[in-house]
Design a protein around this ligand. Structure first.
Ligand code: URA
Length: 205
């Protein structure tokens, strides 16, 4: 099996760790400050799944506390949902990055990395038993559906049933932040809010 040149750290894909901070199932642990697990009230009816912690999340040990988190908080508010009422997590629990000058630049997780990390997502799904899961972006969708070829565009506007889960897919908040022009940004932001509102309604049915 091939691995990134910078991924020389010891890892064991077959490891079955009891604790997230012991995880060595992929090499990403070695360059991250810490693993970032999900947070939210027990058995929250809605679970949001992002891609992976970013720079701020890696430093603070909490999901969605950086710029993408601020956008997500506003979108939740507009959808009539309190952040404290939902469970928020990521498909991958360690920050994957590469140095660019003094900055740590986000690098998308590889398939083998989100597959290794499904071990943790499965535990969160089994423990929290959400009524609806929102996939924020393509990596979350692929991890949730266990389909590396899953496409965000094809899933848009649908409620996908997968192994007893109801999955709604929408844009990742970072996509909204990085949109190339104001119209695209506003449209994507509106679609993110719509998807969150739909998840809230479905969960309360
Ligand atoms: N992006 C994510 O996907 N998750 C976070 O927690 C932060 C940024």
């Amino acid at each position: 099996m091939e691995h990134d040149a910078d991924d020389k750290a010891h890892f064991d894909p077959g490891q079955q760790p009891a604790r997230l901070d012991e995880c060595r199932r992929c090499p990403l642990w070695a360059r991250a400050t810490q693993a970032v697990g999900g947070e939210g009230p027990k058995h929250a009816p809605v679970m949001l799944v992002g891609e992976q912690p970013g720079d701020q999340e890696d430093r603070h040990g909490k999901p969605f506390v950086g710029p993408a988190g601020a956008l997500l908080d506003d979108a939740l508010k507009e959808a009539g949902i309190d952040r404290h009422d939902v469970y928020i997590t990521n498909a991958v629990k360690h920050f994957k990055w590469e140095p660019r000058g003094k900055r740590r630049m986000h690098k998308s997780p590889a398939q083998r990395e989100f597959e290794a990390c499904r071990y943790w997502l499965e535990r969160e799904l089994a423990r929290e038993q959400p009524r609806v899961v929102v996939a924020l972006g393509a990596t979350a969708l692929k991890a949730l559906l266990e389909q590396p070829g899953a496409r965000l565009n094809a899933a848009f506007g649908k409620t996908i049933e997968h192994e007893g889960l109801k999955v709604i897919a929408t844009w990742h908040p970072s996509y909204v932040l990085r949109a190339p022009d104001p119209q695209t940004r506003e449209r994507a932001r509106g679609e993110l809010i719509d998807a969150l509102r739909r998840a809230g309604r479905l969960a309360n049915r």
